[in-house]
Design a protein around this ligand. Sequence first.
Ligand SMILES: [Zn+2]
Length: 660
Amino acid sequence: MAENPFFAASTLPYNLPPFAQIREEHYLPAFEQGMAEQLREVAEIAGNPEPATFANTIEALERSGRVLKRVATVFFSIAASDGTDGIREIETEISPRLTKHNDAIHLDRALYARIKQVSTEDPQEAWLLEKYRVDFVRAGADLSESEQERLKQLNEELSTLGTTFSQNLLKATTASALVVEDPADLDGLSESAIKAIEKDGKYVLPLLNFTNQPALAELTDRETRRRLYELSINRAPENFELAIRMATLRAERAALLGYPDHAAYTVADQTAKTTEAVEEMLGKLTGPAVANARREAEALSEQAGFPIEPWDWSFYAEKVRKARYDFDSSELRPYFELDRVVRDGIFHAATELYGITFADRPDLAGYHPDVRVHEVSNADGSPLGLFLLDPYARPTKRGGAWMNNLVDQSHLFGERPVVMNNLNITKPAEGPTLLTFDEVNTAFHEFGHALHGLFSDVRFPRVSGTSVPRDFVEYPSQVNEMWATWPSVLANFAKHHETGEPVPAELLEKMRAAEKFNQGFATVEYLAAALLDWAWHRLAPGETVADAEAFENAALERAGIAFELVRTRYRTNYFAHIFSGSVGGYSAGYYSYIWSEVLDAESVEWFKENGGLTRENGDHFRSTLLSVGGAKDVMDAFRDFRGRDPRIEPLLERRGLLGG
Ligand SMILES: [Zn+2]
């Protein structure tokens, strides 16, 4: 057998993982060797007879576990983008073992004792040292032996439950799919969409991530809409029990660590810091948002001629959009061709702002033929990093869109960043890939995360790029969305895929006019999910939940966000952000999106006040905020950029919540 490609550093440009050589059978041996190697390194650091210094302790820890880092980075990236059955089996096996491995390091008493002895005068080193100290305390380093034993059990069970939750969910995508025998029931969907889901004389419409399935906007048959909606909200019912168990275990863990509940534990090291701060913020939005949604519902029922049900919302929202604004979003699609959106839109805006340029590297392979590799250079021609784009949906890819790092930038290892974006665009059988406006916006959003990774200019990998608090990480990506509709950028990429004609100005005007419509729905749907997440994680230790659905209803009612026509974006049974193993990092953190949006709305205002899309503005954003990653207090970085503390008003204005 050839040498395992994870055992040595990549020899490819920018240390791109050698995907062409990586096989499924390489992962487990590399994980095992990687964990063993890191434990040896950690034992050496902990047992070092020399006095503890920054170099022989903290920097040595930063240098440890290289093989493990290499294999874990590639493995979890592939598990999300191309998770075959073989990969899922490895994931089930390795997840609890990785949890154990991390606990073994964080609960190593000799190591923790040495970390506490380190002192340093250098501000960057002091910042990192404090991060390590907090990481260890939060992982339970200060607990007694017996408490640590219980903590390890909790972590291991949570890890296994999280993997089961996500695998149940993946199965439900097709197991709970809408099956139709008569294509007439699918009236409203395009012919090609109907053809694409035909299977053995039946039609199988798989479920997408969230409650409100996109097909609900198009299906003309009310009964089909009702069936699809019911399938969506009732999928993977076995996950209700898992969610109860996970929330209970998290509450117990928080108590062990000295917090009143999991939410308090989670926000303590976020920019929000306290549960009160989060509740105050969400509380400001719920009332006005529900009032907006109720007004929208009236307009929809009027349009329908009868009181609508939840499964009617999207269908009549499209009708009202057409009647009121004469705007049909599908008319935009021929102007949003994928290659143009990327090259003449996303890359173009980045060149205007930051001077960076992009070159195709077809000689460098991704893990799938659809993955494109681009080399990114600075304005002066110096190399910056690699950007990989995996645009298409496939049955082995999880839902949604995301950015991840394949190589973290750090001066410590002299490594430049390799970052990637995943989207879930349906690949056409032939011809060009035409996007919806939402997909265009998402592509700009994810590239904002990519820029945060690419511009990272820090010494240590632990604080590189997007290694910032979760309630801050969405902020730079949300800012990048503003360029999708910036007139000069839009004019550059929105051209008809056949004729090259620019998108008609009047169509854009209609789009802008229609933008605030349905904001009530979008805000309520989001806030309900944030408040549901919150309720599960404010459970007191020892508190029991008998019925997850009853808990869900009561929680939404209590938070003032219950509105029978607009359900939460994710119900408990399919809330992967907070319960899934590999992606479940948002527990007590789904509030982060709107929390970050406060900073986003402030920053969009700043760009507009200062002349918009200019090199000067881009360079200021890059140097004060994007390049510092998590190497300093991120709110200080925000103040460096904006010149003052953030205010909530620009967000309220944008979401139509200012009242009046
Ligand atoms: Zn994002």
